[in-house]
Write a protein that binds this ligand. Structure first.
Ligand code: PEP
Ligand code: MG
Length: 578
């Protein structure tokens, strides 16, 4: 048994066999063979080696003169395949362990690659990539078209990978993918956010997890405590089977809250809305008791397929969401690409600092035809309910005014063709840059609502990449700087009498709810699966005690002090959540 500690990003417990995937989603389960099958499997390895050499020789021949570097790579790969000790390690493994040819190839080559990768010599460590390449070539020879990938699952697994993109995560078949563990990422990376929306337990920032787990190891993913257990012993299994049962019971008990109001014990009503990435999550939001959508991350429309979504694609997506929330707010955020949400290949040239670069509203303001297409669709959908539009990453008043001017242009176009829309559509902004927070009083005069995006606000204020596992301990909503900034934004919104909500991940973290209420927040937008738990907290507290807690936090001077204080308070209210 091995226990690895990472960062919990999506709650719940998953117990299943591991599927370790690389960029090509290969997965090689351990399969035992009979001793009488040894000769056949060794023969398969030899044949795969011969075919791979023949393939490489052909490729080498086809390389144009002048591309000697590519020729050299093929030549190096051929040399490895001719190296007798290389093949012998694989065939010995089959002899001794009685496993299939593909399992032996994958295990031995990965061992060699991770040995190379660990050597403190740039030339040698880079050879690891060659070994992975050879592994892929041999596996293609051995498995051909029956390569088993995440798309063809027939049994429950937990996915283990160095990193996953938000799109990959969103594409998981939830029936079979019970959880995931990655080496990269942070709590507010978009992959983590998608996991939370889908309700899949996940742990990230696990050092070397792909080297410690082989496909088919039994793995427990504890998305509450941020722990991954590899090959658990009987006691651990029993402990987790019990914990998993308790979590399910807790979840079932929260189900009865669905139609109860989110009202504090002293009668203050709190609006709980859903954050969604895909239109079909609207139903889940409703099922969990959400009373609208506070953040629709429309950029996910751009993350699939090879082309830009059309106005009709946008319109159909917005119509589907609006349909579930007649008379209730649906906040459509204009596309927020960039950072860790990269569109289909080829749109953007790589930037040195993408998070500080041409992302989000900045991108839209430089690509007006694309921006206008989306705004037309939002405006057309605005007659279907209480549809609102929100601009992300506003960092100065000029940007807001420019975005509003374009919205007005689009309205005029629609007028020309007598297309109906709501001319009084509410226009809001994400407050997620320090400059927006510091000038909130100016921005409030020019918009109808604010939504505080703590995920980015923390990243930019503390200068900590939200998706980088190496600085994950520096990233915290409990930093006094965040408290001071948020308090001033809430004050400015109240003074200007505009609506305010919080839609960053803090709104789905049980320990921050009392603080947010105590700071004056009355609308929270969060991952739909978390709505019942947060409602339970709301219903268990009084505004008076939340105000007291916020005043106390105002006197504290460190992340650790604030975090411990908030956790203690929340644990007293809802021990099951911790
Ligand atoms: C945020 O930054 O807090 C936010 C909600 O937006 P996103 O996570 O999509 O960047
Ligand atoms: Mg953001």
């Amino acid at each position: 048994m091995e226990i690895k500690k990472g960062i919990a990003v999506s709650p719940g417990v998953a117990i299943a066999r591991a599927m370790v995937i690389d960029s090509k989603d290969y997965r090689i389960p351990r399969r035992s063979i009979l001793s009488s099958e040894r000769t056949k499997e060794i023969g398969r390895v030899r044949e795969a080696f011969d075919n791979a050499v023949a393939e490489l020789t052909e490729l080498e021949k086809d390389v144009a003169a002048g591309e000697s570097q590519i020729k050299d790579i093929f030549a190096v790969h051929i040399r490895y395949l001719h190296d007798a000790s290389f093949g012998k390690r694989i065939t010995d493994f089959i002899e001794n362990e009685l496993v299939t040819a593909e399992y032996a190839v994958s295990t031995i080559l990965r061992e060699i690659a991770s040995h190379f990768a660990g050597i403190d010599d740039e030339y040698i460590s880079e050879r690891a990539a060659d070994i992975y390449d050879i592994e892929r070539r041999l596996l293609t020879q051995l498995l051909g078209d029956v390569r088993r990938g995440v798309e063809h699952l027939t049994e429950e697994v937990v996915i283990v990978a160095h990193d996953l993109t938000p799109t990959q995560t969103a594409g998981f078949n939830k029936t079979f993918v019970r959880g995931f563990a990655t080496e990269a990422g942070g709590r507010t990376s978009h992959t983590a956010i998608v996991a939370r929306s889908l309700g899949i337990p996940a742990v990230v920032a696990l050092e070397d997890v792909t080297a410690s787990i082989t496909s088919d190891s039994l793995v427990i993913i504890d998305g509450n405590r941020g722990v991954v257990i590899i090959d658990p012993d009987d006691d651990k299994m029993a402990e987790y089977e019990k914990f998993s049962r308790e979590l399910t019971e807790f979840e079932v008990s929260l189900g009865s809250l669905r139609d109860k109001p989110a009202v504090t014990r002293d009668g203050e009503e709190i609006q709980l809305l859903g954050n969604i990435e895909f239109p079909d999550e609207a139903i889940m939001t409703k099922d969990k008791g959400g009373v609208g959508i506070g953040l629709y991350r429309t950029e996910f429309l751009y993350l699939y397929g090879g082309s830009e979504p059309t106005e009709q694609d946008h319109y159909e997506a917005y119509t589907e969401v609006a349909h579930h929330f007649e008379g209730q707010p649906v906040v459509i955020r204009t596309m927020d690409l960039g950072g860790d949400k990269l569109p289909y290949a080829g749109r953007q040239a790589p930037e040195t600092n993408p998070v500080l670069g041409l992302r989000s509203i900045r991108y839209c303001l430089q690509h007006l035809s694309m921006f206008k297409t989306q705004l037309r669709a939002i405006l057309r959908a605005s007659v279907l309910g209480d549809i609102r539009v929100m601009f992300p990453l506003i960092s100065n008043l000029q940007e807001l005014r420019q975005a509003k001017m374009i919205l007005r242009d689009v309205m005029e176009d629609l007028d020309e063709y007598a297309v109906p829309y709501n001319p009084n559509i509410k226009v809001g902004i994400m407050v997620e840059t320090p400059s927006a927070a510091l000038t909130a009083s100016l921005l409030a005069a020019d918009c109808d609502f604010f939504s505080i995006g703590t995920n980015d606000l923390i990243q930019y204020t503390l200068a900590v990449d939200r998706a980088n596992e190496h600085v994950v301990t520096l990233y915290s909503a409990a930093d006094p700087a965040i408290f001071v900034l948020m308090r001033s934004v809430i004050h400015d919104a109240n003074k200007a009498r505009i609506d305010l909500s919080v839609c960053g991940e803090v709104a789905s973290e049980p320990e921050y709810i009392m603080l947010l209420l105590g700071m004056g927040v009355r609308t929270l937008s969060l991952a739909p699966p978390m709505i019942p738990e947060i409602k339970q907290i709301v219903r268990s507290v009084t505004i008076k005690e939340c105000n007291h807690l916020a005043r106390k936090v105002a006197t504290m001077d460190s992340q650790r002090q604030i975090k411990n204080y908030l956790r203690d308070a929340a644990t007293r209210i809802l021990p099951e959540a911790f």
